[in-house]
Design a protein around this ligand. Structure first.
Ligand code: NDP
Length: 284
């Protein structure tokens, strides 16, 4: 019998999770249905309960419900506990067993960087943004033992707050915060844009001297064309990467939680890239 899964968010129409999970399932011969589920801003729990009543076995959770998903669960992975946010829920087959929450965003980013041959050991990392995505990836990045992580945010208080919260996970790594407009000009090995600025073609105010020939500029956003942030970095000699691979890798980790099987992400990355380009061509 086909198992039922979904991605829940508001908005949700843009989500590519159904395509990704259906591709993984075809690859591994698993029979599943994967839906897009829209929920009202104040209707997350109600939507989850209705989905469970229909037999739903798992859910990916996107903006703005990751904190609520964490709160709703009775059991959580250490990485979800660390982030206080969840992007994956596992529903038990009976109501008396606990709902399990995990956060696969961070491992998604680290695995995508590894896919591209980017290692983080002893590296200098700059993260732009201090929202849910940064919260989700911080601990997995710190686990890779970088030399330094600087979090720069428009509202610097949020960056300083994350620094305090994650200080105990930093180990030897120098972890600090900065206002976005006051980043000290020095070379970084990796700059992660964890703001949605690229989605509206906005470029955060960044000094030129952050990027050198060895700098990887990773935008968590993605599209048919390189984002403005990627173009900015490439023009300065950096290596641009977008967040499509992170999306596929975090999905693969959720898939593993639900099905205990690991899909090959390479063909799914390629299919998704083609699909995004085709859609953009059709819209022109
Ligand atoms: P949040 O809304 O939680 O946080 C957004 C952050 O970006 C805040 O720190 C905010 O600053 C900052 N910000 C927003 N707009 C601008 C702007 N125009 N210029 C500069 N800073 C800005 O969002 P998330 O952290 O959940 O998501 C961030 C991005 O990452 C989104 O684009 C999301 O789609 C993407 N993402 C991609 C994933 C993937 O798999 N590829 C996974 C998860 C997220 P302030 O605090 O000052 O408001």
């Amino acid at each position: 019998m086909s198992q039922l899964f979904a991605v829940i968010g508001n908005p949700i129409e843009h989500s590519r999770s159904p395509m990704i999970h259906q591709s993984f399932a075809r690859q591994l011969g698993i029979d599943l249905t994967y839906e897009k589920l829209w929920a009202a801003i104040d209707g997350f729990e109600e939507a989850v309960n209705a989905f469970r009543e229909r037999g739903g076995r798992g859910m990916n959770v996107t903006v703005p419900f990751k904190l609520e998903a964490f709160d709703l669960a009775e059991r959580r992975s250490p990485r979800a506990e660390r982030a206080l946010a969840a992007n994956t829920l596992v529903f038990p087959d009976s109501a008396d067993k606990p709902v399990y929450a995990d956060n696969t965003d961070g491992v998604g980013l680290v695995n995508d960087l590894a896919f591209h041959g980017v290692t983080l050991d002893d590296k200098r990392i700059l993260i732009l943004g201090a929202g849910g995505a940064t919260r989700g990836v911080l601990a997995p990045l710190l686990e890779q033992a970088p030399q330094e992580v600087l979090i720069a945010n428009r509202n610097p208080e949020r960056a300083y707050g994350l620094v305090e919260e994650f200080r105990d996970a930093a180990g030897e790594c120098r972890l600090s915060g900065s206002p976005l407009e006051g980043i000290e000009e020095s070379l970084f090995d990796l700059i992660v844009n964890a703001t949605p600025a690229s989605l509206t073609a906005q470029l955060p105010p960044l000094p030129d001297g952050l990027v050198g020939a060895h700098t990887v500029a990773y935008d968590m956003a993605y599209g048919a064309e390189p984002t403005v942030f990627m173009q900015w970095a490439e023009a300065r000699g950096g290596r641009p990467l977008d967040g499509l691979g992170m999306l596929v890798e975090q999905a693969a980790e959720s898939f593993y939680l639900w099905h205990a099987q690991r899909p090959d992400t390479t063909p799914v990355r390629e299919a998704l890239r083609q699909n995004i380009r085709k859609k953009a061509d059709q819209e022109e």
